[in-house]
Design a protein. Structure first.
Ligand code: C2E
Ligand code: SIN
Ligand code: SIN
Ligand code: FE
Length: 622
């Protein structure tokens, strides 16, 4: 390719006729010819176009040939450009001066066509050769130093060339050792079909290159997951392919880690659900008392629970009391009729409450309101858990059936209480579990930041700002906890994006964008598996949707985009623009603000942008 590149030649002469003559001589050489009619123009043109050769007339207005030559030699970009000075045959002085300012040779006026042509040919050829060598050197250096394994293989997958990184990857002593061996021998046997299939696509489908994930097996038996790109090229000797092998061990490890964490979190959560759904002791007791009052046709009932720590009976549920009749909610476990039941494990029946003397303070209070009092112990698994009390405003003499039903209810209540006691212990475990999965989420998010941005902090910053903005807007969004988790995990899907794309220093090409646009979909797939994160999916799944419907992955528009995601997007873009990325430097605050404003209503929810900028303004002043 380089050999056939035509040269660019600049001809600087104030004499238009002289220029025409030179051009006529060079016309059939296939060069690109540039003209300048004075020294200043010649210099400008040389800097702009970086010609391969400059022909300079010595005597020119603005700046003479010596001056231009000197300046071209001075400038680092033009320093190497060959220069021929156009002098008259007998002008020895000019020649000496020309050499001193760095001219490479001379052309004499009047022109001898053959001499001119010969000079130009020699120089441009030399030039091309020099360029070729230096390009080749640069290229070889690049290949030698590349951290990726690079090789050229023939139609049989035999190594014709390999770089040192390839040798390291395959545990070979050096690159030469690989020459002649087949790459196929290093592909894990179960992957051979995939490898062959990949090669076939560039053979048959005339596709230029193919990229696949494989596992290689080194000489020493190490297995290395790799991403391998193979590009085919042909020359007169047959078909070859250039192979680039990228070690993706780290990425695979991260993915496996995620899958493991996902399944751990799911099972932790299953326990959590069981616990919380059984924790409604209050509700259970309330239902129980309702049923009791209805069935036994009494006026009031209550449940006192024994608290081991305080050694007191505590009022846990009640029905049918008037105001002022329940001032005492704690009862010493050895006090009054309830205390008596607790200690003796035996029921108390007082159809005519008031005649019992003396009464404890609480009993007296109850006796002021009720005529009859009954109490039964609540026992489960041999232990007394509390006391069930029943009261009636009129004197009540219960029959046998009444007592049987009361007994059944008391057993049910005791079981509910017992279960709850177990669950209470579990509940503190549950709180720890919850803490542990929040810690896990934060860990994920930090790990991701490190890979994506080389610095921690992006996810926490955007999470913090998003929560503030939700509060600032008083946005009707269910659970702030979901917002927090969703924001922390917004880019979790980037775990599925290869380094070569995520960390690319330049803009992404079409294929790479296709991969990048998958990151919200990965997030959806992973997080939907975790029940307690399902409700936090809005942000990870929809944070790249845009207000006008031009976003991804679903192309939602306006209100179709969950409010949480509309809010988050503004914060995320703000923070992304304000940060340095592998593909560009950080933007200033003004630039970022102007960007959000100019795309409010198009990309971003205008209400959110306005609220965000107002909030930032306020925070700046505060
Ligand atoms: P990110 O770098 O964290 O950027 C998040 C979002 O902020 C981008 O979503 C985009 O809406 C906004 N943003 C970030 N930088 C710029 C910018 O320089 N100009 C403008 N106008 N907006 C910007 P988007 O575009 O969907 O990109 C998602 C992710 O894709 C980015 O996250 C980044 O990881 C990657 N990406 C985007 N463009 C490039 C690129 O040119 N080269 C590379 N290597 N990665 C890119
Ligand atoms: C020319 O550019 O060829 C004539 C004008 C000048 O000598 O500066
Ligand atoms: C981030 O890199 O954390 C934000 C970029 C995105 O939203 O894709
Ligand atoms: Fe994202």
């Amino acid at each position: 390719v380089i050999m056939n590149t035509p040269s660019t030649i600049l001809i600087a002469d104030d004499d238009a006729q002289a220029r025409v003559m030179v051009m006529a001589v060079l016309a059939h050489e296939g060069h690109q010819l540039l003209e300048a009619e004075n020294g200043a123009e010649a210099l400008r043109c040389a800097l702009d176009r970086l010609p391969d050769l400059v022909l300079l007339d010595v005597i020119m207005p603005e700046a003479d040939g010596f001056e231009v030559c000197r300046r071209i030699r001075e400038h680092p970009r033009t320093r190497e450009i060959p220069i021929l000075l156009i002098t008259s045959l007998d002008d020895r002085e000019s020649r000496v001066r020309g050499l001193s300012v760095g001219a490479d040779g001379f052309i004499t006026k009047p022109f001898d066509n053959a001499e001119l042509l010969a000079q130009v040919r020699t120089i441009t050829r030399l030039n091309r050769y020099r360029r070729l060598v230096s390009e080749q050197e640069r290229f070889q250096r690049l290949i030698r130093l590349s951290p990726e394994g690079i090789a050229i293989i023939d139609g049989e997958s035999r190594f014709l060339l390999a770089n040192p990184a390839m040798a390291v990857l395959l545990d070979a002593d050096d690159a030469d050792e690989l020459i002649g061996q087949s790459l196929l021998a290093y592909v894990q046997p179960v992957m051979v079909d995939r490898y062959r299939g990949g090669l076939k696509t560039i053979d048959d489908v005339a596709q230029a290159s193919v990229r696949m994930e494989l596992v290689l097996q080194t000489r020493r038996g190490r297995s290395i997951p790799v991403e391998i790109s193979i590009g085919r090229f042909d020359d007169q000797n047959g078909a070859y392919a250039q192979v680039i092998v990228h070690d993706i061990t780290e990425r695979k490890r991260a993915e496996a880690q995620i899958q493991r964490q996902v399944s751990q979190l799911s099972s932790l959560h299953a326990i959590g659900v069981a616990i919380t759904s059984s924790l409604q002791l209050d509700a259970t007791l309330a239902v129980l008392l309702d049923r009791l009052i209805e069935q036994l046709r009494v006026d009031a009932a209550s449940v006192l629970l024994y608290n081991q720590r305080s050694q007191m009976l505590e009022l846990a549920a009640h029905r049918g009391f008037g105001s002022g009749q329940l001032e005492i909610t704690l009862v010493r476990s050895d006090e009054g009729l309830a205390g008596n039941v607790f200690h003796t494990h035996r029921s108390v029946s007082a159809p005519d409450f008031r005649t019992r003397q003396p009464l404890s303070r609480r009993d007296q209070q109850l006796a002021d309101a009720f005529a009859s009092y009954f109490a039964v112990p609540l026992r489960a698994r041999g232990e007394i858990r509390g006391v069930l009390e029943i009261m009636q405003r009129t004197i009540l003499v219960p029959d046998e059936y009444w007592w049987v039903f009361l007994e059944a209810l008391s057993i049910q209540a005791a079981i509910a209480i017992d279960t709850a006691a177990i669950f209470e212990q579990l509940q503190s475990t549950h709180a720890e579990l919850k803490h542990s999965y929040d810690a896990t989420i934060e860990g994920w998010s930090r790990a991701l930041d490190l890979r994506d941005h080389d610095t921690e902090g992006h996810s926490e910053r955007v999470t913090d700002l998003t929560v503030r903005l939700v509060q600032h807007m008083k946005a009707p969004i269910g659970d702030l906890e979901d917002i927090r988790r969703g924001a922390l995990l917004h880019d979790i899907g980037k775990m599925g994006v290869p380094d070569s794309v995520l960390l690319k220093p330049g803009p992404l090409d079409a294929d790479e964008w296709k991969i990048m646009r998958q990151h919200p979909v990965h997030a959806f797939r992973w997080l939907a598996q975790i029940p307690f994160l399902k409700t936090a999916l809005a942000i990870p799944y929809a944070h790249h949707e845009l207000f006008d419907g031009s976003g991804y992955p679903r192309g939602l528009r306006g209100d179709e985009i969950p409010l949480a995601a509309r809010i988050f997007t503004v914060v995320d873009v703000w923070d992304a623009l304000r940060s340095t990325r592998p593909y560009r430097d950080a933007w200033s605050e003004e630039q970022a603000r102007a960007y959000l404003q100019s795309f409010a209503g198009r990309y971003f929810d205008p209400v959110v942008v306005a609220a965000f900028l107002e909030m930032m303004e306020r925070m700046r002043k505060a």
